[in-house]
Design a protein around this ligand. Structure first.
Ligand code: ZN
Length: 234
């Protein structure tokens, strides 16, 4: 009896085991198929996502599809919210997105003479405190760059004499010496024209509202403006 009984349960166990194994195998196979499908879907999805991103970057005026906009805006919102981690919020003030334009050496005050650089630094800080951003468009220029600008001006204005009202030859240019700065935008020009004398920085020419030099002692009146630049006789 004891010998007869075991086969029945083992047979039942075998069938159960087989069915369990079968189910497991089917499960694994279907699971792997699902994963494979999902991966394939991801690959296709990624491939489909890449195209609108590139097109929206290269041609922003066309208008990207709304689905990709949602997809791109959702992940950026997640880290900025994060109310559960208050310490992470002040450390991530999202500054890198605004720094699109990297200033060149000509657009920085680094190449300016120590006198103009020091005065301009103070003026820029004071303007900022007053809510005005002074942007350097051109400070120190190489002689080669100055010559290029002059050549372009001669083509534009038709003669050397007229061109030098706007662009002096390298050997006479205050920009080449690091003693002149061009700024923008218009609000900054207006502010520095009004307040530059406090820092010894003055607008020099009537025809160039963007051009400033260190023409007076800080806190004293700027000299009268000149109508335009004049190239000295060679
Ligand atoms: Zn200038």
């Amino acid at each position: 009896m004891r010998n007869d009984l075991p086969p029945r349960p083992t047979g039942a166990v075998r069938t159960r085991l087989l069915s369990v194994i079968g189910v497991a195998v089917v499960g694994v196979v279907t699971g792997s198929l699902l994963i494979w499908h999902a991966q394939l879907g991801d690959m296709l999805g990624l491939a489909a996502d890449k195209e609108p991103v590139v097109s929206s970057v290269s041609a922003p005026a066309v208008g990207a599809p709304p689905a990709t906009n949602l997809a791109t805006t959702t992940p950026t919102r997640r880290p900025t919210h994060s109310p559960s981690t208050p310490s992470a919020t002040p450390t991530t003030p999202k500054p890198p997105k605004k720094t699109v334009h990297k200033p060149t050496r000509e657009e920085s005050i680094d190449g300016l003479s120590p006198k103009l650089k020091g005065r301009l630094t103070k003026a820029i800080a004071a303007a900022k405190a007053a809510g005005v951003t002074i942007r350097i468009t051109s400070a120190r220029r190489s002689a080669a760059k100055q010559q290029r600008l002059l050549n372009e001006a001669i083509k534009k204005y038709g003669s050397y004499k007229l061109a030098t009202r706007w662009v002096l030859p390298p050997k006479y240019s205050a920009h080449v010496l690091g003693k002149a700065v061009d700024i923008g935008p218009a609000a900054a020009m207006t502010w520095l024209n009004r307040n530059g004398w406090r820092y010894g920085v003055c607008r020099r020419y009537d025809n160039e509202p963007w051009h400033f030099e260190a023409l007076t002692a800080p806190g004293t009146k700027c000299p009268p403006r000149e109508p335009h630049a004049v190239a000295k006789a060679d």
